[in-house]
Design a protein around this ligand. Structure first.
Ligand code: NAP
Length: 496
């Protein structure tokens, strides 16, 4: 059970502690932040509201710890990460329990998130050993005008302190996707978890504590992003920011100093369906892609762009599947569970009502109880409706009927987002042409968008992000290249 057994240390009465200098502490602020259970709409947990002074202390400790960590052999860093991964998997049940209570993740998916996170940490350790164990040797005589009298040795070195800020929807997985690469590369890591999901993240951090990482190397400060976020992201001690979330990331990018940024932001992933597609496959992927975790996934299908000639058939098949989805609490493993907050539910409702006023066809009756919204397919959506462009992050999906592939590509590229997209066709040549034309970080052919497997490159164009994720890219991003040039007194030629 959460906060008990090996996790008893992380709880102080009713409030979960924050993690600094290798120990669990109560904040001197005397204030806490409530985490409201999306299903019951009652306070489920409380976390510390950390102060700026506490953040300063964390940064000081991280700086000292990082220097020693960078001198720790790579194989030892990997060994500790493997240990943390095993502990994380061993304690999947209490962590998953937090995910169910804090973010209404269906119980089975909550367990999957923790196990996937353990696998991600192990893979990161292995990948780090492989790619950080290699450097480069360059010789000077390839550049015009040079003799071969300079040897350049380059390798990858850590950046310093990485600030990690994940979103609510995968608070464990999207935290370890930053923690693992940062640590294997020799950095210290400061985590600011999302408020909804903070307690799951604190349990996950405790697994790293139990693995025996040096004190100060990993810290976790809690508090509302709106209160403590700017202080963290503009802190002079931070050498890299890895952020996943919504528009907040755009604001952070404008405020952050001269540090590398990894931004994984929102999306409006389009699903383009051609006439020759396997329509059963299309319907299955629209339902899985659009409605899993109630549509609260960055890579959810968020708009269907379908050729008019096959639209009726696909809409009918999707509706038949939607009728079978189980709607209810996450504890019962329902397919559709309450969305994360009341304000999210209100936002989704706003998009739905705007579409209704402007004449969209509702394939189901719109139904909401508290934060629980029943799955809804909106047909005949037009570009003047907000839902054609905005990210609902809920179980409501617009269908726009198109008369040409070009029309679909045009809609996709007119979006300010460019995370992923997908195209369904049996013609691989057409699929490649469409993929090339779509301004999205990734295009899936004949499957719904997805983040993963976790070692695949993952990136957003335009307002969807900066840089590329995926295990290898994240490790590379959290390092910089350092060169040493050996200057010989006279040119030296191999076998010369
Ligand atoms: P969000 O509101 O942007 O919050 C993300 C994180 O930022 C949270 O930890 C939040 O903390 C923190 N935060 C808030 N204000 C801040 C500030 N001023 N400075 C620094 N941090 C601040 O996003 P969300 O609602 O959690 O997640 C949903 C969004 O994430 C969607 O747009 C989705 O598409 C996107 N997402 C993208 C990806 C991707 O890989 N591209 C993956 C998953 C989700 P608090 O919780 O305390 O406010």
């Amino acid at each position: 059970m959460a906060g008990t057994g090996v996790f008893a240390d992380i709880l102080d009465g009713e409030v979960y502690k924050y993690y600094a200098d290798g120990e669990w502490r109560a904040s001197g602020s005397g204030k806490s932040v409530a985490i409201v259970n999306p299903t019951t709409r009652q306070t489920q947990y409380r976390v510390q509201a950390c102060t700026q002074e506490e953040v300063n202390k964390v940064m000081e400790g991280a700086k000292v710890a990082q220097k020693a960590w960078a001198r720790t052999p790579l194989w030892k860093r990997a060994e500790l990460l493997h240990k943390a991964a095993a502990i994380l998997k061993e304690h999947k049940a209490p962590i998953a329990e937090c995910l169910v209570k804090e973010i209404a993740k269906p119980a089975k998916d909550a367990v999957t998130e923790v196990v996937r996170s353990g696998d991600l940490v192990s893979y990161t350790a292995e990948e780090g050993v492989r790619i950080l164990g290699e450097g480069k040797l360059l010789v000077s005589d390839s550049f015009p005008g040079n003799e071969r009298n300079k040897y350049c040795l380059s390798s990858k070195v850590p950046l310093g302190i990485v600030l990690a800020i994940p979103p609510f929807n995968y608070p464990v997985n999207l935290a370890v996707s930053k923690i693992g690469p940062a640590l294997i590369a020799g950095n210290a890591l400061v985590l600011k978890p999302p408020t909804q999901g903070a307690v799951a993240a604190l349990h996950m951090v405790h697994c790293f504590h139990l693995a025996g990482f040096p004190k100060g190397l990993i810290s976790c400060v809690t508090g509302k992003g709106s209160e403590i976020g700017d202080f963290l992201t503009m802190h002079p001690g931070v050498n890299c920011i890895s952020f996943t979330g919504g528009d907040t990331g755009i604001a952070i990018s404008k405020k952050a100093g001269m540090v590398p940024l990894q931004m994984e932001l929102g999306g409006k992933d389009a699903c383009i369906v051609l006439e020759d597609a396997d329509l059963d496959l299309v319907a299955a992927n629209i339902v899985k892609g659009g409605f899993s975790y109630s549509g609260q996934r960055c890579t959810a299908v968020k708009v269907v762009l379908i050729m008019e000639t096959v639209a009726d058939t696909v809409v009918e098949k999707v509706n038949a599947k939607l009728a079978k989805l189980k709607v209810g609490p996450p504890e019962d493993n329902c397919d559709i569970t309450p969305v994360v907050t009341e304000s999210s539910a209100n936002f989704i409702e706003g998009l739905v009502m705007d579409a209704k006023e402007k004449g969209a066809t509702f394939c189901q009756e719109y139904r909401r109880e508290g934060n629980l919204i029943w799955p809804l397919l909106l047909d005949h959506v037009r570009p003047d409706m907000r839902i054609a462009w905005e990210e609902p992050f809920g179980p409501v999906l617009p269908v726009i009927r198109i008369n040409s592939v070009e029309e679909g590509i045009h809609h996709c590229n007119a979006s300010n987002f460019g995370l992923q997209g997908c195209v369904f066709t049996r013609d691989i040549n057409k699929a490649i042409m469409i993929s090339d034309a779509m301004e999205s970080g990734t295009v899936q052919i004949n499957s719904a968008p997805a983040r993963g497997p976790d070692h695949f490159p993952f990136q957003g164009l335009k307002d969807s992000g900066i840089g590329s994720q995926g295990i290898t890219n994240s490790i590379n991003m959290m390092t910089k290249v350092k060169s040493t040039v050996i200057n010989l007194p006279s040119p030296s030629y191999t076998m010369g």
